[in-house]
Design a protein around this ligand. Structure first.
Ligand code: ZN
Length: 82
């Protein structure tokens, strides 16, 4: 039998999270300071198309960003225990 290791045991991978800050509202990375800033209004004839293109670009940029290149300022505080 082959035991497949759980994917959860692999290194933590970042998640895309919705954030609302004073200077930025939108999608950001949970592990670094990366934020999704659409460079232009996505193409599309309908709201659904625009939204789809927006999400495609967002997912593409999120997948291609490198956390190490966007150091998070907040990480200085360390993790807080609850
Ligand atoms: Zn990141």
């Amino acid at each position: 039998m082959v035991v497949i290791p759980s994917r959860k045991s692999l290194a933590t991978h970042p998640e895309m999270v919705w954030v609302q800050r004073k200077r930025f509202v939108g999608w950001a990375c949970s592990e670094c300071a990366w934020e999704f800033n659409p460079s232009e209004i996505p193409a599309g004839n309908t709201l659904a198309e625009i939204r789809l293109n927006y999400e495609l670009e967002r997912d593409k940029k999120f997948a291609s960003h490198v956390c190490a290149e966007h150091p998070s300022v907040q990480s200085k505080r360390g993790q807080q225990l609850k």
